[in-house]
Design a binder for this molecule. Structure first.
Ligand SMILES: [Zn+2]
Length: 84
C-alpha cells in the first residue's frame, strides 16, 4: 500500500546538526498513514529552516509561536499559560 520511500522515511533518524543530540519529531497517525514533522532538538535547531529557533523564540505573521518540531502555538494559549 505504501511505497518503500514512505517506510524509509519512518525509519530515518538523525542527530541535531548544531549540538549532536539525537533529534526527535512528531509522528501523527491520521488514519491513512503516519505523517511526520521535521526533526527538532531542545536547543532550538530544526531540520526545517522555517522552524529553526536556534536564535530564540520566533513568531509567524499571525503571532503564533513557532517551535522546532513544526508546531504553532496561538498567542491566546501562551497568555493563558502565563496567567496560571
Ligand atoms: Zn541541538
Amino acid at each position: 500500500m505504501f511505497s518503500e520511500s514512505y517506510y524509509a522515511e519512518l525509519r530515518r533518524k538523525m542527530n541535531c546538526l548544531r549540538c549532536g543530540t539525537p533529534a526527535s519529531r512528531d509522528e501523527v497517525d491520521n488514519g491513512v498513514g503516519i505523517q511526520v514533522g521535521p526533526f527538532g532538538c531542545p536547543c532550538g535547531w530544526s531540520e526545517d529552516a522555517d522552524y529553526d529557533v536556534s536564535d530564540g523564540p520566533r513568531l509567524d505573521e499571525h503571532g503564533n509561536q513557532i517551535d522546532q518540531w513544526g508546531g504553532l502555538t496561538p498567542p491566546q494559549i501562551l497568555e493563558s499559560e502565563l496567567g496560571r
